[in-house]
Design a protein around this ligand. Structure first.
Ligand code: S3P
Length: 457
């Protein structure tokens, strides 16, 4: 599916965005292994989150009907609800998922391999969840996921006592759970997925589990575990959990995904529009991209209005104010904007100077090689981009227009569509159906907010 973008429209209005994908994976996994009833609202029906729900359904006959019914219902089509565009969270999309789980001991051996689809978070987190399960399970994924590194999660889980085999460091991943013991681990690459896999295993392990990172990655797991009464302590970049611990049931509403909001904020920045995004997750480990947009000259205001299961929720106002400055990102800031680099690069392509993203090598191991995909896509649209060692270098100065390849990667496709909104001529972006991996309804929402975007085949 290709999208055609005619630049010139101004993106403006109040909106919601789909529920947070990272939070949804974690809340679903901890709900399915709780000992007591759970109710989750605002779960996004993006493909990645459906993958997690389907895997959990395969692991729990008792929860299967509810999970399958949830996973098979269609995503929200963005529509206006009073003065707010409903882009997927809160307002209209409130039908809850109710589960009556009986603790992690009630998971059972799946009758076939677990299909994680395109979702690295599903695969790595499930590996941790299953590390203590008394059966063997095999995790598979699509071609893109099969290319991604899995040894980083297999190694610490083995150290805790699980039997984990990879295929030369990649999926399929075979896990035979065992009695686990806590470990101290320092991941080579800062990764919230690796940290979470270890903490999920640590919940079932005897003793203390400690993960120390170079920089603090997203901390949704720590916040939820603390809200559920686990003994979890955070000191700087070190997280410690005492196991074993069986949590009870819980209720919560998944806040809007800041990484999805980034695309709307970027569209506003590039078209001189303004937006207010409500019901948004404002966890500080997820909002560093706002600092980068501010440095570029975008007006940003954030207001925390509440808190649920440890997660701050509120609203974001963003306004584009004309020309954009280049705003480089250093090695220590890069892991904090890991998912927003594609969008920030798209905005940087219109800044009046060169932007460097330093220490961005980890982007090679995402749903595509995002360094290559961004350079290709930005050049396809007539821009200036290059890779310099582990740095991504975006030349700035604007885009002429043209036909761009998106490597079938959701964040690349959406970033190029946003970049195209301010090009000097018409643009097309291919494989835009990939946006359903994290942001179903993205094109419809942009159109609702005033962009001239359509699917052309
Ligand atoms: C995620 C962590 C990040 C991020 C991914 C979601 C998570 O991956 O890129 O989209 O939910 O924990 P890494 O942990 O591999 O950096």
């Amino acid at each position: 599916m290709r999208a055609r973008v005619m630049p010139g429209g101004r993106v403006r209005g109040e909106t919601t965005v789909p529920g947070d994908k990272s939070i949804a994976h974690r809340w679903l996994m901890l709900a399915a292994t709780a000992d007591g009833p759970c109710r989750l609202e605002g779960l996004p029906r993006s493909l990645d989150v459906r993958s997690t729900a389907s895997c959990l359904a395969a692991l729990s006959p008792a929860l299967r009907p509810a999970l399958e019914a949830w996973a098979s219902s269609p995503p929200v089509t963005p529509e206006r609800d009073g003065s707010t565009w409903n882009g997927g969270a809160s307002t209209l999309d409130v039908d809850p998922l109710d589960l009556r789980p009986r603790g992690r001991g009630s998971l059972t051996s799946p009758s076939s391999d677990l299909d994680c689809g395109n979702s690295g978070t599903t695969m790595r987190l499930l590996a941790g969840l299953l590390a203590a399960a008394p059966f063997e399970a095999t995790l598979r994924g699509d071609d893109s996921l099969t290319e991604r590194p899995m040894e980083r999660v297999a190694e610490p889980l083995r150290a805790m006592g699980a039997e984990v085999t990879t295929s030369d460091g990649h999926a399929p991943l075979a896990i035979r759970g065992s009695a686990l013991h806590g470990i101290r681990f320092v991941p080579e690459v800062p990764s919230a997925q690796v940290k979470t896999a270890i903490l999920l295993a640590g919940l079932a392990a005897e003793g203390t589990t400690t993960v120390t990172e170079r920089v603090t990655t997203r901390d949704h797991t720590e916040r939820l575990l603390d809200a559920l009464g686990a003994s979890v302590r955070v000191h700087g970049t070190e997280v410690t959990l005492d196991g074993p611990y069986q949590h009870g049931g819980f209720m919560g509403t998944v806040p809007g995904d800041p990484s999805a909001a980034a695309f709307v904020a970027g569209a506003v920045a590039l078209t001189g529009g303004e937006t207010s995004i409500v019901g948004l997750g404002l966890n500080p480990t997820r909002t560093s991209f706002l600092r980068v947009l501010e440095r570029m000259g975008v007006r940003i205001e954030v207001e925390v209005e509440g808190r649920g299961l440890g997660e701050p929720v509120g609203s974001l106002r963003a306004a584009g104010v004309g020309s954009l400055r280049p705003a480089s990102v250093g090695v220590d800031e890069l892991p904090l904007v890991i998912d927003e680099v594609p969008l920030l690069a798209a905005v940087a392509a219109h800044a009046d100077g060169e932007t460097r993203f330093e220490g961005a090598g980890e982007l090679r191991a995402k749903e595509s090689d995002r360094l290559v995909a961004l350079v290709d896509g930005i050049r396809d649209l007539g821009g200036d981009a290059a890779v310099d060692g582990d740095a991504l270098v975006i030349g700035g100065g604007g885009l002429a227009g043209g036909n761009a390849r998106s490597a079938g990667d959701h964040r690349i496709a959406m970033s190029l569509i946003v970049a195209a909104l301010a090009a000097r001529g018409p643009c097309e972006v291919d494989a835009v159906e990939a946006s359903t991996v994290s942001f179903p309804g993205f094109l419809e929402l942009l159109r609702g907010l005033g962009a001239d975007v359509e699917v052309v085949g």
